[in-house]
Write a protein that binds this ligand. Structure first.
Ligand code: SAM
Length: 315
């Protein structure tokens, strides 16, 4: 039986009130460029007009969901990204046990600012786990000169999303001693024979998951269950998602059997959390994040009879 708590709060304020050294891991997808989840930008996104949220071009006649555009960020806004993550790191640091790992989803162009901010807050930079998938970022020809420069792309076509990995320094002499005392300091292997790799094959969030939550940046359960599982080396402890959005991380923890805490600022997203978590956690009941390359199919529980749930191993 897992426990989860949900808080309708600003996570910066919430973190400052928590017991020191009380949380073992963090897995979160924070606002990448900060401005995109400010109340006035969410308002514009919900109205479908103006702001940093842009509708990408139609593909095969189907309209795609709005995406935030980070190339419009000014020098001042970029400096704010760094300051934001430095402050976030400072609020988070005391709450975590020594050796606790933090996974932050990011975007390649802003990754260095996030890492700089977290390092200033005394976290160790431990590389990143790359989610490999076919995204919509980059690969375009120069605007208004597409025909003239038909063989050119301004940036490479994005096929990965970095999940930046940080660790609060261990407090004991060795990792083994830290693991014994705090249960943290390392990552859980996929299996005894297989360490966690730093690239994970992923895909777009499946339609069945999008039909549960309309959150604009919903992450897939296949990815989140692998990531969350890896964060607690002994399988014990609590995973925090301070920017929990739809509740997808909390759902992944629930499916695995981990305790979790979610914090969300927006009233509408918060009001949908309990329902989303139950429905997302009920998908793919055999998948606990301990298989790489699992191809998940199947629907919400009421569809089970018609559409048999299965995990097909591609390898
Ligand atoms: C990128 S989304 C996370 C989406 C999540 N990965 C999912 O799968 O649903 C970031 C979320 O953080 C929330 N947020 C932004 N600032 C916050 C803050 N200071 N405290 C708590 N939540 C915040 C936003 O409302 C948004 O829902």
């Amino acid at each position: 039986m897992t426990n989860f708590e949900l808080h309708h709060r600003n996570c910066f304020e919430w973190l400052k009130e928590q017991e020191p050294e009380s949380i073992e891991a963090v897995c979160t997808d924070p606002p990448f460029g900060i401005v995109e989840f400010l109340p006035h930008e969410i308002e514009k996104m919900r109205k479908g007009k103006g702001g940093v949220w842009r509708l990408p071009p139609m593909i095969g006649g189907s309209q795609r969901a709005p995406l935030p555009r980070f190339t419009t960020l000014t020098e001042k806004e970029l400096a704010h990204v760094y300051q934001y993550f430095k402050e976030f790191g400072n609020c988070l640091f005391p709450t975590l046990t020594p050796g606790a790992h933090v996974l932050l989803a990011g975007t390649p162009m802003l990754q260095h600012l996030v890492q700089k901010g977290m390092a200033e807050a005394e976290f160790e930079i431990r590389g990143a786990i790359m989610r490999l998938y076919r995204g919509f970022r980059g690969g375009d020809r120069p605007k208004l000169a597409e025909k003239e420069f038909s063989d050119v792309c301004v940036t490479p076509r994005g096929t990965y999303e970095p999940w930046m990995l940080f660790r609060k320094p261990i407090a004991e002499r060795t990792v083994a001693m830290n693991l014994r005392k705090w249960r943290t300091g390392a990552l859980r292997r996929i299996s005894t024979d297989q360490p966690l790799p730093d690239t994970l094959q992923s895909s777009k969030t499946p339609k069945v998951e999008e039909s549960i939550s309309g959150h604009p940046t919903l992450k897939p359960q296949q990815l989140l269950r692998i990531l969350c599982r890896s964060l607690l080396p002994s399988g014990e402890g609590t995973v925090l998602d301070p920017f929990c959005g739809s509740g997808s991380t909390i759902a992944a923890c629930k499916a695995i059997g981990y305790d979790a805490i979610g914090v969300e600022l927006d009233h509408l997203y918060f009001s949908e959390l309990n329902r989303n978590i139950d429905a997302l956690a009920a998908l793919y009941p055999f998948f606990k994040g301990d298989v790489l390359d699992a191809h998940l199919t199947g629907g919400v529980p009421k569809m089970r009879r018609k559409q048999k749930m299965q995990i097909e191993l591609l390898q």
